[in-house]
Design a protein around this ligand. Structure first.
Ligand code: MN3
Length: 334
C-alpha cells in the first residue's frame, strides 16, 4: 500500500512569466515514452509482478522503492507544468502575431490547447504532442535480468529527453525540474546497472556516463551534486524495503564517491499555492464562493480557522497581476 506526504521532492520557483508552449514541451517528461509516468508504471508493475520476492529480496526492494520515488517525480513534473501555465491567459500576443479577442483568445495559438480547453491550465497524462500515455510503455517480463536491463535503458533515454527539454525551455521552473531529475535519474541508472552487475557479473560501470551529460556544468544540477544527491538512494517507507544497501553500494561510476542508502525519505518542500484561474473555471467560475463554503465547513467541523496544510511562502505569490479589463472575475485572494 501507499502513504502520501503533501510535499514536493525538490524546491520549485513560484509562478512568474507563463510559458504555455514550454509547458507543452515539459509534458514529454510526464507522458512521453521515456517520461516519469513510464518509469513509475514500469517499476510499479515489475514490483507487483515480482515472483520469489522473499528469496530475491534486495532486488525486489530496489525496484519497489524506486517506484515510490517515481510517484514523487510525476508529482513534480505536474507542479512544473501548472506553474508554467499560471497566468497563461495573459500571455501577450507577439508583435505582428494574430490578434484574437476573448479571455482565452491568446491560448488559441498555444501548442497544446487541451491544457486550457479540456483542463484548467493543468498537467495531462500525455506527451509533448498531446498523445495520451498508455500501458504499452510498460515492460514487465517477469525475468529479472530482462527487466533490469530495460530499466537501465529507460533511465538512459529519460535523461537524454530531460537534457533536451532543459535546452529547449528556459523557464525557471522547467530548469529547476530538469536539473533535479537529471541527477535523480542518474541515481536510478546506477542502481539498475549495479543490480545487473551483481546478478550477472557484467561490468556495466564502463557504460557511464551515458548519455554523456556533464551535469556538473549545468547549474540547476550542480546544486544537487554539491549536496551529494547523485550518490544517495532514499528509502521511501516508514518500515519496509531495508535491503537496498545489498545492491546500492560501491563507488559511483563517474565520481568514485561511495554510494549510500539514506534510511528515510527526503524531507521535501511545500508546494506553491497556485492562484485560481477563473477564465478556465479552476477551481470554479467564482473561486471566492468555494473559499466561503470551505471556510464554513472548516468552522462547522471544529477545525482551526487557518487552513492546516502547508504551502510555500511567497511574498507576492509571484504570479503576474491579471489586468482588470480582461478578468471576468477577480481571482480570490489567497
Ligand atoms: Mn524519475
Amino acid at each position: 500500500m501507499f502513504l502520501r506526504v503533501d510535499r514536493l521532492l525538490t524546491e520549485l520557483p513560484p509562478p512568474g512569466d507563463p510559458d504555455p508552449n514550454g509547458a507543452a514541451a515539459v509534458q514529454e517528461l510526464m507522458g512521453g515514452r521515456f517520461g516519469e509516468m513510464s518509469t513509475l508504471m514500469n517499476y510499479t508493475f515489475q514490483s507487483f509482478n515480482f515472483r520469489g520476492r522473499q528469496s530475491a529480496r534486495p532486488f525486489y526492494d530496489l525496484v519497489a522503492n524506486i517506484a515510490a520515488e517515481e510517484f514523487g517525480h510525476i508529482e513534480l513534473v505536474a507542479a512544473t507544468i501548472n506553474t508554467m501555465l499560471t497566468g497563461a491567459t495573459d500571455v501577450p500576443v507577439a508583435e505582428g502575431g494574430p490578434t484574437r479577442s476573448g479571455p482565452l483568445g491568446r491560448l488559441a495559438d498555444a501548442r497544446n490547447t487541451y491544457h486550457s480547453i479540456a483542463g484548467g491550465l493543468g498537467a495531462l497524462p500525455a506527451d509533448s504532442m498531446g498523445r495520451p500515455w498508455d500501458g504499452t510503455n510498460v515492460f514487465s517480463s517477469g525475468d529479472l535480468v530482462e527487466d533490469l536491463t530495460h530499466n537501465f535503458f529507460l533511465e538512459t533515454g529519460a535523461r537524454n529527453n530531460k537534457l533536451k527539454v532543459y535546452e529547449m525551455v528556459d523557464h525557471p521552473a522547467a530548469r529547476a525540474l530538469t536539473g533535479y531529475l537529471l541527477v535523480r535519474g542518474g541515481v536510478h541508472q546506477v542502481a539498475y546497472a549495479r543490480a545487473l552487475e551483481l546478478l550477472t557479473g557484467a561490468d556495466l560501470m564502463k557504460l557511464f556516463p551515458s548519455p554523456r551529460i556533464p551535469t556538473d556544468k549545468i547549474p540547476e544540477s550542480k546544486r544537487h551534486l554539491d549536496r551529494g544527491e547523485h550518490t544517495k538512494l532514499y528509502r521511501f517507507s516508514p518500515g519496509d524495503f531495508h535491503e537496498l544497501a545489498a545492491v546500492f553500494r560501491g563507488p559511483h561510476p563517474e565520481t568514485g564517491e561511495e554510494l549510500q542508502v539514506i534510511d528515510e525519505a527526503p524531507e521535501g518542500f511545500p508546494a506553491h499555492d497556485l492562484p485560481p484561474e477563473p477564465e478556465v473555471f479552476a477551481p470554479g467560475y467564482t473561486p471566492e464562493e468555494i473559499t466561503e463554503i470551505a471556510t464554513r465547513l472548516r468552522k462547522d467541523a471544529g477545525l482551526p480557522e487557518i487552513p492546516s496544510g502547508e504551502v510555500a511562502s511567497t511574498s507576492n505569490g509571484g504570479a503576474k497581476k491579471r489586468p482588470a479589463s480582461r478578468s471576468r472575475k477577480a481571482a480570490a485572494k489567497p
